[in-house]
Design a protein around this ligand. Structure first.
Ligand SMILES: Nc1ncnc2c1ncn2[C@@H]1O[C@H](COP(=O)(O)OP(=O)(O)OP(=O)(O)O)[C@@H](O)[C@H]1O
Ligand SMILES: [Mg+2]
Length: 284
């Protein structure tokens, strides 16, 4: 089964996927009902005690596109991404990864597939510098010692390829970075880990205009290189600027999904606040 490795193209900074051939064992659960999407959720449900957080969520996440997951507070966005990321186990339904049914037990298994989630707090360590953060848990060793030179070179190269140019030194502790720079380091870390799906939860929520611009450009570049990007956002400007597809949740249900061109800010708000749209002719 072909799997990809993400590499930034030094010529134009575009991130591309190199296709590798890996052997996977035949799985009797294999299925092709994923519409060619990298990840598909089929009828996913999740309950917390009396709260039905997710009901019958069906969602496709294709490679090379930005899918914006929208919805009002409490709609189920975070529970959906945490289920994809392996933090929660769904109570029902199935997940298909490259057309094959998967069930991951914990975030490590999700990461091993190539699913990288960047949460709002980013999970970076403030007291560590950029290089240490980018290699945390994946340190490179030489003769059982940390290979600082190799890690520094790879970190510098990845940031350069992502056109992250505002960081003065990669040996700066992350605590001294701006919000946009921190997001960039988190994205660079995902790229270095060869993520195939990068999920970002409200990546621009705390950012100013310039930093937002930088993060949105980075999101577009990731998708242009073949990575599936899932963006959770409340910001309609961000959504309509970068999203190729929209998926809208309402009270734990995925009420509509389709190409961004089929939505307007008005219909999006209508779906987010009522679960339906009178203006939109036919669903996507
Ligand atoms: N750990 C939990 N225990 C109990 N209920 C939970 C838990 N996590 C989420 N929920 C409930 O599940 C529902 C969906 O929550 P979720 O966090 O996914 O919303 P959201 O769409 O991310 O909202 P927001 O935009 O406010 O972040 C809510 O009713 C919430 O109270
Ligand atoms: Mg949330």
């Amino acid at each position: 089964m072909p799997v990809g490795r993400i590499r930034a193209d030094p010529a134009d900074g575009t991130i591309r996927r190199e296709t590798l051939k890996l052997q996977r064992s035949q799985d009797p659960m294999s299925t092709t009902e994923s519409n060619g999407a990298l990840l598909s959720l089929r009828g996913i449900s999740k309950r917390f005690g009396p709260v039905q957080a997710l009901s019958d969520v069906t969602l496709d996440i294709p490679s090379g596109q930005v899918t914006a997951l929208c919805g009002d507070n409490g709609a189920g966005k975070s529970v959906t991404i945490k289920t994809i990321a392996g933090l929660w186990q769904a109570d029902g339904g199935e997940m298909l990864w490259e057309g094959r049914a998967i069930r991951h037990n914990g975030p490590r298994e999700a990461e091993a597939l190539g699913i990288k989630t960047i949460y709002q707090d980013l999970a970076l360590c403030d007291n560590l510098d950029i290089v240490q953060n980018m290699f945390l848990g994946h340190e490179r060793l030489e003769h059982r010692l940390l290979d600082e030179d190799a890690m520094e070179t790879a970190a510098r190269q990845t940031l350069k390829e992502l056109r992250v140019t505002t960081v003065r030194s990669i040996r700066l502790p992350v605590s001294s970075l701006s919000g946009g720079q921190r997001q960039s380091v988190a994205v660079a870390k995902a790229v270095m880990a060869n993520a195939k799906l990068v999920i970002m939860d409200e990546p621009t929520a705390a950012l100013g205009v310039t930093q937002t611009r930088m993060v949105l450009d980075l999101i577009k570049r990731l998708a242009a290189g073949g990575v599936a990007v899932m963006l959770v956002s409340h910001n309609l400007n961000d959504i309509f600027e970068v999203a190729d597809r929209l998926a809208i949740m309402y009270l734990g249900r995925l009420v509509v999904q389709g190409p961004a061109a089929q939505f307007t800010p008005q219909t999006t708000v209508e779906y987010m606040t009522t679960g339906t749209s009178r203006q939109m002719a036919g669903t996507a």
